[in-house]
Each structure stands twice: as C-alpha cells, then as structure tokens.
Design a protein around this ligand. Structure first.
Ligand SMILES: C=C(O[C@H]1C=CC=C(C(=O)O)[C@@H]1O)C(=O)O
Length: 382
C-alpha cells in the first residue's frame, strides 16, 4: 500500500476523486483511497471487525475504508463492505481551495418514492404507531429517483458536493453491487484518535431560507422548539448510554444550533476517553449504529416500523461511511444527505425524526429541504 500526505489540500483530493475511489473529505482534512489489495463483505459488523487484524497482516495495508448498511440486524441481507486500498492519500489544511463547479445533465424523469401524499399518510401512521407500540421516536424517509439519458458523472457530483459543503463531510464509496454512494453529511457517528472518542449526533431540523430574516427566524424557532429538543434528546441519551461502558470519562456539550447550506440542526458533541485501546473505531461505530437520529427508539421496534412504512429498502442510506486503521483509529460518518448512483439512475434519500408532536406537512417539507444537498450538487432545484 502507498500512503501520501502531501502536497495536497482536502479540496485537491476531492478534485482528484474518480469513480470507484473512496473519499471522506471536509475542508480541513480528507482521505482518498483507491484500488483494493483485499476486501471484506459481511452482514455482521463484528465479523468484519474480527477479520481486520488478519487482513492487515496478510495484505500489508494499514487501513480499511467502507460502508455499513442501515440494517445491521440478524435478518439483514445488505452486507457491510470494507476495502483495504492499494493507495491512500491524506490531506489537511485550514483553508478550502474551491474546485470549479461543473454543470451536470438534467434528469429526464423525476419520481418521488412514495408520492408526497403517501409520505404524509406514512407520517400519520407513524405518529399513531408511536403510542400504540410504545415508541419514543421513529425516523421515516422518502426517496427521489432521477433518471438521465446519459451516465451520471459521479466525480463531478462529488466535486460539487465538496464545493458546496466545505464545513461538512463529503463522502463517496463504492458499494458491493457496483453502485456508488455519494453524499455530504453534517453528522459524525464516531471518531477515535488514540484514546479520544468523539460523536456529534444531529437531530431536530428546520429548513434554511434564501431570505435572511426568514432564515434567522427558522434557526431561532428550532432552538425554541420543544418537539425538536425531545427528538434530539432521544439521540443523545442513546449515544451516551452506549459509549458509557467504553469510556473512562464522558463529556456532553449541547445542544447547539448548527447549519448546513440546506438545513438548521440541533447538534451535541459527546467526547470520551477510551478505557480499552483494543476497541476500534469500527467497533464503536457498530455499537452506536443505528442511532435514533436515523432509526428511532427503541431500536428494534423502530426498525420494524421503518420497514413497514417505507416502500423501499434503505440499503446504505442511513448507514455509516468511514475508515479504521490498524491501530484502531478511524472516523465514521452517518450516511445521510446522500444518493446511490447506478449508471444513468440516481436515488436520493431524505428522512426525518417523527415524535408524537410531529406534523405531517412539516415533516414532508423537511425531507424536501434535505434533498436540496444533493439537488444543489446536481445544479437542480426541483
Ligand atoms: C435522517 C436524516 O437526518 C437525521 C439527521 C439530522 C436531523 C434529523 C431530523 O431532524 O429528523 C434526522 O434525525 C436525513 O437527513 O435523512
């Protein structure tokens, strides 16, 4: 395996991305991996983690990159997929050089899955199910299928995502079936650097607006919204509960108001000091996933409800994307604000947390705003 750290900025690495590579990039640091000396594909994350020491030794690679699906339960048919790359480039920088924006093909067909009316009905059904089944929260998503009459230029979509979301994590990963997952997420599932563990759950949302007065009012309304604080607290409680046995100390700061170019969010930063250095970033990410930010609480009941109410298989949407190295360090982002690209077709996903006080129309609008991350990277406003 070859490794390089210079001379490149994170934006250079995003610009160098080619279809088939793995990319995880913010304005401050980026990892671009290409080729494969070994791969591991398994529906059980702990088996993937258990296989890694042997794979590192046999292949000579010192890092694995990849994806976990949304559903990592016993009954899942979608595997986690790790690649031990042939070459890894890393970059860090305090400033973002902005790559040029390229215009992309326009879709010949746009299909909401399900139709907006059906999503409204699903949200209503979810609100009833919360009380009937004693759930505190469930996250319901919808998809948008875009069809093109030419291949989607994946690398240009990735460049535009990085260009448009420099404070967030742009990612691209090859899926085991050959499709490419691309996205720009604000949410850090887990990073481990030596003994330092960080998770930055996001939950609670309000759309951004081009009108500065409306935009500011939306942010303030989110900060004051009891419904959104409930939705957020459920996630933080779960993250803290799961990390506690692994950490000597845990510090919880938040929630604070943060934003992406498309959405206001509530975000909390959880930091911890790891007790056992043998617990890797992948182990911790797998323990946390799926958080109630993308599934619900309690997890199993929420996941069942998601499967009942959504008319598609989430596959890698709302999964995790990241890397782990031979020392156990790594970074895993929550796989949201994303699309799966297969040649001339692209499926965008957007979801939102449903709690008893959720209003179906507001939830539908929230998912529309969340689609904007990908639509903007495609040069589209639909
Ligand atoms: C599930 C998604 O967002 C999650 C992350 C942040 C805020 C969320 C919310 O307010 O509902 C969601 O929990 C998505 O973007 O598809």
């Amino acid at each position: 395996m070859t490794t390089s750290t210079a001379p490149a900025t994170p934006a250079d690495l995003a610009a160098r991305y080619e279809r088939g590579d793995f990319l995880l990039a913010t304005a401050r640091h980026a990892l671009l991996a290409s080729g494969a000396v070994a791969t591991a594909t398994d529906t059980e994350p702990s088996r993937l983690s258990g296989a890694l020491p042997g794979l590192f030794t046999d292949s000579g690679a010192s890092i694995a990159v990849g994806v976990l699906p949304f559903d990592t339960s016993d009954t899942t048919s979608t595997p986690g997929h790790l690649v031990l790359p042939r070459a890894v480039h890393r970059a860090s920088s305090d400033h973002a050089a902005v790559p040029p924006r390229t215009s992309l093909p326009r879709p010949v067909k746009v299909t909401p899955v399900p139709e907006p009316e059906a999503h409204l009905a699903a949200v209503r059904a979810a609100v009833s199910a919360l009380s009937d089944r004693d759930l505190r929260k469930v996250v319901l998503a919808r998809a948008l299928d875009l069809d093109f009459d030419e291949a989607v230029p994946v690398a240009e979509v990735v460049r535009n995502l990085a260009n448009g979301n420099p404070r967030h994590t742009t990612y691209a990963a090859q899926l085991p079936d050959g499709r490419t997952l691309v996205g720009a997420t604000p949410e850090l599932l887990l990073s481990r650097t030596g003994g330092a563990v960080v998770s930055r759950p996001h939950a609670g949302s309000m759309p951004r607006s081009a009108d500065p007065a409306i935009d500011k009012a939306n942010g303030e309304a989110l900060l004051a919204s009891e419904k959104d604080h409930v939705e957020h607290a459920v996630v933080v409680e779960s993250v803290v509960e799961i990390l506690r046995p692994f950490c000597r100390t845990l510090d919880v700061r938040g929630p604070e108001l943060v934003s992406t170019p498309a959405i206001w969010h509530l975000s909390t930063t959880v930091t911890g000091e790891l007790i056992d250095q043998d617990v890797t970033a992948l182990d911790l990410a797998a323990a946390l996933h799926p958080t109630p930010a993308i599934c619900g609480t309690p997890t199993d009941a929420a996941r069942s409800l998601v499967k009942e109410l959504e008319p598609f298989d989430r596959a890698y949407y709302a999964g995790a994307v990241g890397w782990v190295d031979a020392a156990g360090d790594g970074e895993w982002a929550v796989g949201i604000r994303c699309a799966e690209i297969a040649d001339t077709a692209m499926r965008l996903y957007a979801g939102g947390g449903i709690v008893p006080a959720s209003d179906p129309r507001t939830e539908l609008d929230e998912t529309s705003a969340k689609f904007r991350t990908l639509l903007a990277a495609m040069g589209l406003e639909i």
